[in-house]
Design a protein around this ligand. Structure first.
Ligand code: G3H
Ligand code: 13P
Ligand code: ZN
Length: 333
């Protein structure tokens, strides 16, 4: 049993309380490799932003959970080396799907876990979440739960509407499970294709897709039912067109990729939404930088010469998110 406090990590409780009071959101960035982690920590150290490092099941398969956990431990020391005196770094399991997985992360030094029972019938979601909360809270590990299903791009519009979080369920769910934060579904989804072209309009000037707005009415209803309760938004990448354009003009093929406009995320960050999950944008930044090097310097074969520029691009992206979208800069001196 390793307690996260011995690793210099923090849970989300204080981070979220401050974020709600201050009208900003904490960045939750996924990481799968060293370059991503270096970029996240550098961006957060330079902006003094608290951060949630997320490990998904995909990351666990790709990089190994043990290695990722030790990397997070190293990240705390790296942050201090960069001059960040009191780093506020949370290590979080993203989309945990079983009690056993959540328990193994708690036992291994994670400071926060998500139990995602959103695809289960309501009562099963309540029971599973409650079980994880009861275990995690013994070690002061915070728990994120989910109600409502994030739309997949293959869903049709009607199905998406019916998967929104039902505000009338949130009081019962939060009370009975004891969860510390709640991920809700208001129209975001994972990946770089968040909306089908037929769900969007086209900007007449640029010809680019303009997605439909998020369901802020659902968010407001949830806030009214649970005042001051931390709300989480998954699937919050903006899919920056400049990266999509670089990728597509350097041999890639991402037709009609579209994300959540930043002004909508800015609005959400000022509300009870205090954790915003971003993964795809970092993948796009990495890929755009690597494709550029490959196209411009075909003789290059030292991975540091293309992973280095990718890391710089991700650092730029993370800083932009922190300062221009979430407003979490300067909140962790
Ligand atoms: O939840 C989605 C995240 O972007 C993680 O995705 O399972 O491919 O690592 P992944
Ligand atoms: P994006 O795919 O929009 O980056 O969402 C990531 C996420 O929600 C991780 O849990
Ligand atoms: Zn997610």
């Amino acid at each position: 049993m390793v307690n996260y406090k011995d690793l210099g990590l923090v849970n989300t409780r204080e981070m979220f309380a401050k974020a709600i009071d201050g009208g900003y959101a904490i960045p939750a960035f996924n990481f799968n490799n060293m370059e991503q982690l270096q970029a996240i920590i550098k961006a957060c150290a330079e902006t003094k932003s608290p951060v949630i490092l997320q490990v998904s099941s995909g990351a666990r398969k790709y990089a190994n959970q043990t290695l990722l956990r030790y990397m997070a431990e190293g990240a705390v020391e790296y942050a201090k080396e960069l001059g960040w005196e009191h780093p506020q770094i949370c290590l979080h399991l993203d989309h945990g799907d079983t009690f056993e997985l959540c328990k193994s992360c708690v036992d291994f030094g994670f400071s926060s876990v998500m139990i995602d029972g959103s695809s289960l019938p309501y009562e099963e979601n309540v029971a599973l979440t409650k079980k994880v909360v009861e275990y995690a809270h013994q070690y002061d590990v915070t728990v994120e739960a989910e109600l409502g299903v994030l739309a997949g791009v293959e869903d049709d519009v009607v199905a998406e509407e019916s998967h929104y979080t039902k505000p009338e369920e949130v009081i019962d769910f939060a009370t009975r499970t004891g969860c510390d934060s709640l991920a809700i579904s208001i129209g975001t989804s994972h990946g770089a294709y968040k909306f089908k072209p037929e769900q969007c309009t086209r900007d007449p000037k640029t010809g680019k897709l303009v997605p439909p707005p998020l369901a802020f009415d659902v968010l407001e209803e949830v806030e009214k039912k649970l005042p001051g309760f931390p709300i989480v938004l998954h699937g919050s990448s903006s899919v920056p067109q400049e990266y999509v354009d670089i990728i597509n003009s350097h041999g890639g093929n991402l037709p009609d990729a579209v994300g959540i406009p930043e002004e909508q995320l800015r609005k959400a960050a000022k509300s009870a939404v205090c954790k915003i999950n971003i993964d795809s944008d970092s993948r796009l930044a990495f890929t755009a930088a690597v494709r550029k090097v490959f196209a411009e310097k075909p003789g290059e074969f030292d991975p540091r010469k293309y992973c280095g520029p990718a890391r710089d691009e991700m650092t730029k992206l993370y800083k932009h998110k922190i300062i221009e979208v979430l407003g979490s800069d300067g909140k962790a001196e």
